[in-house]
Every structure is written in structure tokens, then in C-alpha cells.
Ligand binder design. Structure first.
Ligand SMILES: *[C@@H]1O[C@H](CO)[C@@H](O)[C@H](O)[C@H]1NC(C)=O
Length: 168
């Protein structure tokens, strides 16, 4: 399987994974929150930053956009008013925790002193996650039609990744 992800400053990365999980629990939205949040709030906690709070309105926005993407599974942004990290993976096993962990793993490419990513690397998903002024998050995951893969999206409010500003 492979995956791509993009943040509001569009850039594509490939990662590999053989991990596959598919468990069923009663409330998919709550379960999604419980998977999307911990890796992202752990990244914030390691900077002594307050945690992102799950927001139902953002989660509805994310779900409604993810539902539109089910037909093509394209790694395209919604171009809405929020910060946005998106993820695409082939096959069906991708979990919210994997998407969140993939974004957070860009931490190694972010250089605070120059406020830039390592050359030819992407770190914008990470800087959105640790954007200090961002308070709320809502995310969604869909299995796309006709085996086109898995699409996931998280929206952030207030948005981050303002060019020329540091996340914290
Ligand atoms: C984040 O913002 C808060 C409130 O303005 C501030 O007290 C805190 O020091 C900031 N955290 C970081 C890591 O910059």
C-alpha cells in the first residue's frame, strides 16, 4: 500500500506501510476523534502547548467534504476557511491514527530557527498541528468508491500556516 498527504500548501509525499487495521465499534465519529487526536495532541504537549479540542462543527465540515471526495479520492483541498491536512492511501486499511502519525512525523524536517522545512521535504502538516493559535479540530475518514483508497481530512480553526509566521 502507499499513501500521499497534503496540507494547505500543497505538496505530495509517499510513504510505505503494511499495517492494516479494521475494527468495528459503535460510534465511528467518536472513535475517529479518539484516533485522530492523540498523535497530534502529543506533538503539542511536547511543546507545552494546549491540546486541540474536537469540534463537532469542524467534524461535520470534514465529513461533508470527505463524502464529496469518495468518488475520485483525489488529494484535493476543500479551499474552505479552515486549516486543512489531507491524506490519501491506497487499499482499505488506513486508520486515522496512521494519517495523524504520518503528519506528525514531519517534525524531523522542521527547523524552528529558520522556520523552514528541510530541502525537498514537507513539514506543513506538522506546523499546522503545532500552530499555537489553533484551538479546534475536526476530522473525517472515508473509504472511496470502486477501490480508489482511503481519504482522510482534518480541519483546524483558527487556521495556521501563515507564510512568514512561526507556528509558536
Ligand atoms: C502559546 O500561546 C500561549 C498563549 O498566548 C502562550 O502562553 C504560550 O507560551 C505559547 N506556547 C508556545 C509553545 O509558544
Amino acid at each position: 500500500m502507499h499513501a500521499c498527504y497534503a496540507t494547505i500548501s500543497i505538496f505530495i509525499l509517499l510513504i510505505s506501510s503494511t499495517h492494516s487495521v479494521n475494527t468495528r465499534q459503535p460510534d465511528p465519529h467518536l472513535r475517529a476523534a479518539n484516533q485522530f487526536l492523540p498523535p497530534q495532541n502529543a506533538a503539542r504537549a511536547s511543546l507545552r502547548m494546549r491540546p486541540l479540542v474536537w469540534d463537532a462543527k469542524l467534524a461535520r465540515y470534514a465529513q461533508s467534504y470527505a463524502n464529496q471526495r469518495r468518488y475520485d479520492c483525489d488529494l484535493k483541498h476543500s479551499n474552505g476557511p479552515y486549516g486543512e491536512n489531507i491524506f490519501w492511501g491506497s487499499g482499505s486499511g488506513w486508520t486515522p491514527a496512521q494519517a495523524a502519525a504520518a503528519w506528525v512525523s514531519e517534525r524531523k524536517w522542521y527547523a524552528y530557527w529558520s522556520n523552514s522545512c528541510a530541502q525537498d521535504q514537507e513539514c506543513g502538516h506538522y506546523t499546522q498541528i503545532v500552530w499555537n493559535r489553533t484551538e479546534r479540530i475536526g476530522c473525517a475518514r472515508v473509504d472511496c468508491f470502486r477501490g480508489r483508497g482511503v481519504f482522510m481530512t482534518c480541519n483546524y480553526d483558527p487556521p495556521g500556516n501563515f507564510i512568514g509566521e512561526r507556528p509558536y
